[in-house]
Design a protein. Structure first.
Length: 95
């Protein structure tokens, strides 16, 4: 039997990333909209009554829209792995 931690289950938000992968609550993206690469997450915003893209410190970046140029790189439950991914990307750009 497979055990699933209920805290790691995220709701499908009805959209896909640039690779066609389904986007779920808690997914973390790499965004290409800004001059620098930035990690953002998908979270429900009760005040706005909708899915929002938020920086990892929970400050809202923008509403989640269909026309996004985002690539899923993990989720909020794999943050340590994302730190490693970020370090590899930074090192790759400096070479």
């Amino acid at each position: 039997m497979i055990t699933v931690d209920p805290e790691t289950i995220g709701q499908f938000v009805g959209q896909n990333d640039i690779d066609g992968k389904k986007i779920f609550e808690g997914d973390v993206f790499l965004t290409f909209h800004l001059p620098v690469k930035v990690f953002i997450k998908v979270a429900w915003d009760y005040a706005e009554c909708g899915w929002q893209l938020k920086y990892l410190n929970d400050i809202t970046y923008r509403p989640l829209e269909n026309k996004g140029n985002w690539k899923i790189v993990g989720n909020i439950h794999e943050l340590n792995d994302l730190v490693d991914i970020a370090k590899e990307m930074i090192e790759g750009e400096s070479n």
